[in-house]
Design a protein around this ligand. Sequence first.
Ligand code: GUE
Length: 291
Amino acid sequence: MTAKVIDGKAFAAGLREQIKLQTAAMIAQGITPGLAVVLVGEDPASQVYVRSKEKQTRETGMNSFAHRLSAEAPQAELLALIEQLNNDPAVNGILVQLPLPAHMDEAAVINAIRPEKDVDGFHILNVGRLATGQKAMVPCTPLGCLMLLRDLLGDLSGKSAVVIGRSNIVGKPMAQLLLRDSATVTIAHSRTRNLPELCRQADIVVAAVGRPNFVQGDWIKPGAAVVDVGINRTDDGLVGDVDFAAASQIAGAITPVPGGVGPMTIACLLASTLTATARANGLPDPEGLTP
Ligand SMILES: Nc1nc(=O)c2c([nH]1)NC[C@@H]1CN(c3ccc(C(=O)N[C@@H](CCC(=O)O)C(=O)O)cc3)C=[N+]21
């Protein structure tokens, strides 16, 4: 059996087209969504991502505001910038690119963002809202994975899902979203026993561990859906957390790296910016862009 390869790049392009239309409709009402992206330091990979986010924001018709601080900037300078963006009515979404330099307190910085403008969904209030089933801003990567899974499988109710990885950015919010869709969710991590056996019982495997080719082909239940969140730069180029060659012989569907989850992350950032703009203006949530 050969798995269907899920084309995240194409799905994200379709999503951006929808966002573009809904953005145009909003602009026609006199509201232009705006996303501020803050980059601290000169990490080359972060610079590439941030440029890509800025470009796609503008292509969608939204305003993009870029702010760059030096790696040595004091935390107070970043907090002052966030306060300025919090109070700027043209800014509907604020993203502070992670990771931050070691001298900064990431939680303090994230929690300084107004929750309504926290398009990453990392603010403690949004984490709590998601966990309690209230209207929240939802982290972009898990939202993108959820969209792909719903498109592939339809109703996720009663399906068994194993999320490998317990980060605040991917693993935990992914588990919350799957739970909200009534899947039976297990969060696995480095201390989990019998991970291969656990995975073999799963209809859905989401791999977010950051270890190249960690998930083996024979861990996958025949026909299962495999979502690979890993982005690992190796001598063989960009590889995911799943051994794609082996897993794609057994899975029913699988996301590739690159071209799978990555493009969905940025498309969902734009989706969340539109959602934040709608909510800030008392409009209904945009169609098809929120969980
Ligand atoms: N506050 C914050 N929010 C983030 O959402 C955030 C962040 N910080 N820090 C870094 C990570 C990483 N991230 C990616 C986005 C797009 C691709 C992506 O588009 N990848 C492409 C190509 C990757 C390449 O060629 O380098 C793909 O997988 O096909 C990957 C990774 C967002 N992040």
